[in-house]
Design a protein around this ligand. Structure first.
Ligand SMILES: CC(C)(COP(=O)(O)OP(=O)(O)OC[C@H]1O[C@@H](n2cnc3c(N)ncnc32)[C@H](O)[C@@H]1OP(=O)(O)O)[C@@H](O)C(=O)NCCC(=O)NCCS
Length: 166
């Protein structure tokens, strides 16, 4: 059996606003159905009601994405739809993204960040709690989702609501 060598790379990441050019790369970790909505979402971003953020490697390749909704809860920025490229999960990229989102919320003069975690996603909730978010309630949530046969149906779930004072 061959020897296994190991190494550690520290990589500077940047977080910036998503552009149209990022969309092909995001197909690795978002559904086609979600990405189809992105051109309209970029229009909404231009009006200032949402920020779509991507976290990128030094070569500019997006490896994670999330959004901040500004018009959902008065006085708070609502962080949503976080996703990190599958092969790069659990190395800290999501944390970098959440911290960048929090900085943006603070920069807007707001002092609260909100985030939701599906009840069947305890690992996401654990991450948010590690970052200082505190659960304060839950609410039903639903969104359209595409089945493997291409049928679009409404997916219904319950989300734990968490918040953090910044
Ligand atoms: C949740 C997510 C964005 C976090 O990004 P990340 O880069 O993996 O986060 P970090 O490396 O900073 O922190 C890792 C922690 O995220 C949490 N996590 C949640 N879902 C995870 C997943 N599918 N894979 C790995 N970690 C996940 C865990 O608490 C993990 O800690 P652990 O490895 O000790 O269990 C990412 O894991 C992901 O894209 N998951 C699938 C989509 C999702 O669940 N989105 C959240 C919707 S509320």
């Amino acid at each position: 059996m061959g020897t296994i060598h190991t190494g550690v790379v520290t990589m500077p990441l940047t977080v910036r606003d998503m552009t149209e050019a990022d969309l092909p790369e995001l197909a690795c970790f978002y559904s086609r159905f979600y990405l189809e909505k992105m051109p309209a979402e970029l229009e909404r971003a231009r009006t200032g009601v949402v920020d779509h953020l991507v976290v990128c490697t030094p070569a500019g390749v997006p490896v994670g994405k999330g959004a901040i909704n500004w018009d959902e809860i008065p006085g708070a920025g609502v962080i949503s739809t976080l996703s990190v490229r599958v092969e790069l999960r659990s190395v800290g990229i999501g944390t970098v993204l959440i911290r960048a989102a929090e900085e943006r919320i603070r920069a807007r003069g707001l002092s609260r960040a909100e985030i939701g975690a599906e009840e069947n996603n305890p690992r996401a909730r654990a991450l948010y709690e590690r970052l200082g978010y505190v659960a304060y309630g839950c609410e039903p949530a639903s969104w359209d989702q595409e089945d493997s046969d291409g049928t679009v149906r409404k997916y219904e779930t319950t989300c734990t609501l968490l918040r953090k004072d910044l």
